[in-house]
Design a protein around this ligand. Sequence first.
Ligand SMILES: *Cc1c(COP(=O)(O)O)cnc(C)c1O
Length: 360
Amino acid sequence: MINVTKPFLPDIEEYTEYLKGIWERNWLTNNGPLVNDLELKLKEYLDAKHLLYMNNGTIALQIAIKALELKGEIITTPFSFVATTSAIVWEGCEPVFADIDKQTFNIDPASIEQLITPKTSAILATHVFGNPCDIDAIQQIADKHKLKVIYDAAHCFGTKYKGKHVFNYGDVSTTSFHATKLYHTIEGGAVMTNDAELLKKMAYMRNFGFESFESFACVGINGKNSEFHAAMGLANLKHINDILRSRKEQVAIYDKELAELNVQRLKVQAGGEWNYSYYPVVFKSEELLLKSVEKLNDNWIYPRRYFYPSLSSVRYVKQYATPVSDDIAKRVLCLPMYHSLKAEDIAFIARILLRVQNNQ
Ligand SMILES: *Cc1c(COP(=O)(O)O)cnc(C)c1O
């Protein structure tokens, strides 16, 4: 069986080495030494000024929205994982959907500006499939209208924009280290910011608002992560260059094997360096997509319709016209990509897809 993704696992000994220390210290969670070590190593690897490790990418988004004290309307993308939208609603704000660019699949800066009202407080954009947004254009709009910017950078480990890791942009950048992501800590996430005050606030929020054992700086939630998760993060970080390299090779193999497949591929944003984290293809029609999925499934291959449906159609949000997102969401399919996926597997997937196309 070939799934759309499969988590990377280090050798079990690399993980158990960390477990011995956990047993010796009997310190399992609450900002332990492995969590601290992981934060330091991630900051170093990512060249990030400030970073807080959290229990998942959704809580990271919610804490970012809360810490920036966002109110009213937040302009966001309908082409993302549902957590991007639900975090806004969960924090009592209203998502306003801009449309996306049909080549990069990211929020289209041109469609942001016309949606700004006196109630708009921020832009929450996703760097979809690890492809950076048009960050300069978004920041220009934000500066002009005094809006905050949050990036949901859940797909972006290893992605750069203008030579810097993409997590360095926006007022806050959040990410996920969930098992399905390119770099993972089983469950996990992080917030990154260049603002020391904001960092302090988010650190309080991550730990119930505790300022000392007997006083609270602000309202908080439980956003902490455990030593066991940090241990997986530390073990996996040692393999990150290998993980990134194999993704890049797999994309090259897909490109070659699928050269004759009549689909649209992702266009990397100008100024961006992609991390090759997903392999999305956009079929000519939804019918062709469904037929391709059926044939792949017949062969125990399970790609995923990332992202479908377009989030402006979610039941608990106000509807907006986002024709490009609706159209791409219906026709896009992410093909399997993970560290241990073999060249033969990719060739097999390609043969099936080409057979479906040629029978049309
Ligand atoms: C995975 C993902 C999230 C959620 O992260 P979790 O760690 O699973 O909570 C949010 N946004 C996007 C774009 C994602 O892909």
